[in-house]
Design a protein around this ligand. Structure first.
Ligand code: PAN
Ligand code: ZN
Length: 195
């Protein structure tokens, strides 16, 4: 970890940073229970267990004042009619926000609070999204053939709470309907988070 100001490049065609500390690869098997169509999930898992998304992290000390940052790449594809997406999380320190800057692709950020408010915002190149403190967030790639690539920045001490979303899911899902992305209710959503 560097102790002096540093720079890196994002100008490769696939936006992989010229320097990073950690490369996370999440396959379908890491997403059990998150996709609505369980039969489609099992079939794909047995056939290929595809790579859904990757994260390149510039890791900084876990402390206020620092900023974690990096690149998130969601590969295109669907599980049943539901598009590829990240696991999604609340920040462990709930009162910490995050900025996303979309570099490539077409997608949505699905968000919700512990109180059950929800929001869905489109992501396309050049668009900046401010995720407010308290809002869980998941990115979804709705392109048939292009990666969804975003640059993210969040407070050094934010941490990740994956368990709440693993248990309750997101209130809204992004599915393909008549060839178009649509926001639909998640019939399995259960509010377990207590504000
Ligand atoms: C992002 C996400 C990244 C992968 O860096 O961690 O897009 O998504 P999951 O963490 O939900 O698997 C972020 O929001 N960090 O806080
Ligand atoms: Zn986050």
């Amino acid at each position: 970890m560097k102790a002096v100001p540093f720079t890196f490049n994002l100008n490769s065609p696939d936006f992989v940073p010229s320097e990073f500390d950690n490369h996370i690869q999440r396959r379908l098997s890491a997403m059990k229970g998150q996709f609505l169509d369980e039969a489609a999930y099992e079939a794909l898992l047995n056939a290929a267990n595809p790579l859904l998304y990757e994260v390149y992290e510039l890791q900084r000390p876990v402390q206020p004042g620092e900023l974690q940052h990096g690149i998130s790449i969601v590969h295109p594809g669907k599980v049943g009619s539901e598009y590829h997406m990240t696991k999604g999380h609340f920040h462990e320190v709930l009162e910490t926000g995050e900025v996303y800057y979309c570099l490539k692709g077409q997608g949505y950020m699905v968000m919700e609070t512990p109180e059950g408010e929800w929001a869905v915002e489109a992501l396309s190149p050049g668009r900046v999204l401010y995720v407010l403190p308290r809002w869980a967030h998941r990115s979804v790639n709705v392109s048939p053939d292009e990666d969804l690539i975003t640059f993210f920045i969040y407070p050094g001490n934010a941490g990740h709470d994956y368990g709440t979303i693993e248990q309750q899911g997101f209130r809204k899902l992004i599915v393909e309907q008549e060839g178009q992305p649509a926001v639909v209710d998640n019939p399995r959503w259960e509010r377990t988070a207590v504000p």
